[in-house]
Design a protein around this ligand. Structure first.
Ligand code: FES
Ligand code: FE2
Length: 423
């Protein structure tokens, strides 16, 4: 559990808050590159760490990310004209380039120097892995660009999607890093443990090891003469990298590395990025395979609200369309879609869960360390130090594991090369 004060400190990421200052030391996913498909196309509204922003792809293809409101009289820049390397406010025509410089001010006399004195707040953007990443922190402290293997994998071998969730980022992040719920809540066939049905104890031996980028988490389960080795990484502040679960009962699963980013839009909304890449170079991620995975997880074309491209139809308002008959006879939750089950539980806790009311058990270790690391980052930034995980060199070679190997092998030796990035 956390005290009420700690809970406030860890969940609030707006400008000027301790955790907000820590988050502003990292590159964060701001939106998908494909949301700005063409140069000089329509701008995009972006909400990040409680800030209202507008993104546009200029004439050269570079992205600008600026304050959502014009510095003149605060008109909405979203309605602006994206033309000739700048976004022009349609109220009085002031125009700003991607760096926030005012390049035209037609409402002032031609010899006026006023335009040299006015800028619009803007943030640097870097594109990688099909994602536009933004850095909202002090310019002089801008860290190296993100360097995940996911970003370096060929476009043909990668897929990324996103979903909006109506809850604080930490509920979603904790849900993702909490592996102990997976075999319980996500059980899709109660009474049958699938390929694990032949084994008595499935309680894994768990180890959480702090690293320069966050932590790695190992869960080793004994399966008779074999062992099931799962290793995932938490990379600060909002990333998980995990393997594709080994489950022969789900046909056609490709060897992929998967992950999420859980990015605060504001304190009560989080954008969840869902990504995977195939590490067998001979087997690209086809659109059909990506569609199969998205459908299975609850993000098929029919799962989204037609009015909101990233919001699910199943919401708290309709109890996520829980089917009590299915819950009695078939699946543990009675809720359709594996990730929708996560969303239902995380949103159902309320916008910001009160962690002073919790009772944490032994399997909550990863959650406890996660909170320690986030609070440590806030304190480090307050003390003028660089928080953990800012330097992408610290995590650029990591890769997750999900392997079943003979019991007698030392997995650290047997899987030594498997856990290193090759793209
Ligand atoms: S409010 Fe934007 S130019 Fe006047
Ligand atoms: Fe889950």
């Amino acid at each position: 559990m956390l005290s009420h004060a700690e809970n406030e400190r860890i969940t609030r990421t707006g400008a000027g808050t301790p955790m907000g200052n820590a988050f502003r030391r990292y590159w964060l996913p701001a939106f998908l590159s494909r949301e700005l498909p063409e140069n000089d196309g329509a701008p995009l509204r972006v909400k990040l760490l409680g800030e209202d922003l507008v993104a546009f792809r200029d004439t050269t293809g570079a992205i600008g990310l600026v304050d959502a409101f014009c510095p003149h009289r605060r008109a909405p820049m979203f309605f602006g004209r994206n033309e000739e390397c700048g976004l022009r406010c349609v109220y009085h025509g002031w125009k700003f380039d991607k760096d926030g410089t005012c390049v035209d001010m037609p409402s002032e006399p031609p010899d006026s120097l006023f335009k040299t004195k006015v800028t619009i707040a803007s943030y640097p953007v870097w594109e990688g892995g099909g994602i536009a990443w933004a850095y909202l922190g002090p310019r002089e402290l801008q860290p190296p660009y993100p360097d995940y293997e996911f970003c370096r994998a060929p476009d043909t071998h990668r897929f990324v999607s996103k979903t909006f969730q109506a809850c604080n980022y930490l509920q979603a992040l904790e849900g993702g890093l909490d592996s102990s719920h997976a075999t319980i809540m996500h059980n899709m066939n109660i009474g049958d443990r699938g390929f694990l049905r032949d084994y008595d104890s499935l309680v894994p031996q768990i180890d959480v090891e702090r690293t320069p980028y966050g932590y790695n988490y190992t869960g080793i389960r004994s399966l008779g003469d074999k062992q099931w080795v799962r290793l995932y990484h938490y990379i600060m502040p909002v990333t998980q990298i995990r393997g594709r679960i080994q489950d022969p009962t789900i046909p056609d699963l490709m060897p992929t590395i998967n992950g999420h980013f859980w990015v605060p839009m504001d304190d009560e909304n989080v954008c969840t990025y869902n990504w995977m890449y195939a590490y067998d170079e001979a087997r690209p991620v086809t659109p059909e395979y990506a569609a199969f995975v998205e459908q299975y997880t609850g993000r098929g074309p029919d799962d989204f609200d037609p009015k909101h491209p990233y919001r699910l139809k199943q919401t708290l308002a309709n109890d996520y369309e829980i089917d009590r008959a299915v819950q009695k006879t078939k699946t543990f939750t009675g809720i359709r879609g594996v990730n929708t089950q996560d969303v239902a539980l995380q949103e159902g806790m309320g916008p910001i869960v009160d962690r002073s009311q919790e009772h944490l058990g032994t399997t909550d270790r990863a959650i406890i360390v996660l909170r320690q690391l986030l609070l440590e980052a806030a304190s480090d930034v307050e003390a003028g130090k660089t928080p953990r995980g800012v330097d992408s060199a610290d995590y650029q070679r990591v890769r997750a594991l999900d392997h079943i190997i003979p019991q007698e092998l030392d997995w650290q030796v047997a899987l030594k090369d498997e856990r290193l990035a090759r793209f």
